[in-house]
Design a protein around this ligand. Sequence first.
Ligand code: SF4
Length: 422
Amino acid sequence: MRVALINTNTYTYPPTIPVGMEYLIAPLKRAGYEVICLDLTFSSNPENDVCKFMEEHRPEFACFSIRNTDTALFINNQFLLETPAAIVRKVKESFGVPAIVGGSATLCAGSEIARLTGADALIRGPAEVALPKLLERMKKGRVPESPIDGYSYGIIPDIVHERGTHIDYSQYLTKGHPAGIEFRKGCDWSCPFCVERSRPILSRTIEATVSEIKSLADSGVRSLFFCDSEFNIDTHNTSLLLEAIKREGFPTEITGYFRPVPMNGLMMKFLRESGFRKITLSVNSWDLSPENSPYKENDVVNFIKMARQEGIRVAVDLLVGYPGETIDSVLKALEILRIAEPDTVGVNPYIRIYEGTPAVRDALKYAGQGDGKVLGEVEGNPELVRPVFYLGINLSKLKDAIDKDSTFVLEGSSKTVNYERI
Ligand code: SF4
């Protein structure tokens, strides 16, 4: 039976290889399906191209990956669901095949994406186990209620994923963009604004991860991005992976997302020795002061210092102005970072609020008291699928504080992402 995997993401700032979709190829083949893929990233007419593809291959199931609901930044925000919704609807109308939707956007608003696309089923989170099981049920005419929780099905830790076999990387690579890869999914922290908060940690084996890097390196990839929610979820397994990568001596530069802890000098050394040359460090200004924060000022300062000692550049993603935070707390965070001297700091005072996170309750409460603004439509916007932001601090005071120092950039003012600036 033939299954189509279709990448609907056409937002190219930056162009992003659809790694989550590629992670479905080997599991589907193992379950006995023939897999065909269509990548619409660079398509100038996605609806036309998807129809040609469906005409040619006539799959029994069509599975669609949707990456983003919107650009998640207030400044120059773009709502991105219209194109994927049109693609899914077009395929359903023209070919009548069952349509299944997944991808990272589903963490933001599952039921509403299912409604907008008209999908028969939607998987939220990892689909490498959930999707083959779902197809088996759909073949018997049973369609479970969406969204289906992919995390509860887990992943296949030791499967070696096929990379670059069904997706043409040439356009991505000639533009110098990294290929994504994952060691783990999930995060054990619970930052109140984050859709990845408190998700089970699902880890691949080190052997499978290293084999995947080898196949990427053999096919000419020289730049990798670990798409894990945060790469340093622990020190032990992360260090074992880094040592294994180092032993192979791949000719690849690596980067990824990090939180301030856990980190130590030895792991930072392993990072450099395994190919990390730049790192994105996520910091929340309001976490730098209180007693019960997951990290302290010293953790952030030491992280940046250790990276500098190893010659690794650091781009800080600084989110500021959580409901209830004062401008003094924000200014203190800016001063800490000014002294720590990372290579760049992207400052974001607009917090995108997603249904199901504590940020919705907190933002509405503080905005209701006149301490902040909710920007965007809350009423008539199910699951807040259309962008809604909370702005909790005085913008002119923030701009005064960052304008003096070119290390600080107001996030969204250019189309580059943070790690591209270093
Ligand atoms: S540490 Fe990162 S991924 Fe985890 S909940 Fe916080 S922001 Fe989300």
